[in-house]
Design a protein around this ligand. Sequence first.
Ligand code: F6R
Length: 242
Amino acid sequence: MEIIKVNSYEEMSKTAADYIIRKVRQHPEATLGLATGSTPVGTYKRLIEDHQGNKTTYKKVTTFNLDEYIGLSGENPQSYRYFMDSVLFNHLDIQKENTFVPNGTAEDLGEECRNYESKLKNHGGIDLQILGIGNNGHIGFNEPGTSFSSKTHIVDLADSTIKANARFFHTIEEVPTQAITMGISTIMQSREILLLASGEAKADAIQKLLGNGVNEHFPASILKNHPNVKVIADEAALSASK
Ligand code: F6R
């Protein structure tokens, strides 16, 4: 794992966006793995600015998102499909049909997981996966204890994740308790991974990530076994790791 230390959220966002832009310019048919949440919003903003200013094109890019809440349709402003459309896709020249987010309202959710996995395989896998990290070490919605061999699957969200995500809902009762997520082995098959972390709230998680051991109780620790991972973290996120 390579650690790229930056000063601030803005610098993290710029570093990550520059990396993605370079990738897309070199490889216009790239398949990107994308995350939601607060961490990548600044990165996505810079991708949009660059697209508008420098005309980087996403016409042939394909994206696969990590996860989606079960029970929320893409029209629901709290869904990850809605988030991705409004925060990124609607502002790029990407073809909507090339943006994949698991369908959290599929009639047969098990089948949806299997289909998502095979669509990903048919597209040749992910060239560059963007990840955030949960305070409990989750990546995607793979909560502590998830098998490292997991593929796209249905998860019960940890209480700590429900609490952390309640900030996006009116009340905590509205937060879905289940989600579909790419599995750990799905994520590990990406050719390259950028994990982003900013702020003191992530300091413990980053300390554990950089510490010893690879353990299913701290899902992100598996990234140490991946040959091409860069962690872009700001000083506050690295403050417990000195
Ligand atoms: C989001 C996702 C999650 C988040 C993580 C951090 O698609 O898969 O693993 O990356 O919960 O969330 P933020 O960035 O809001 O701190």
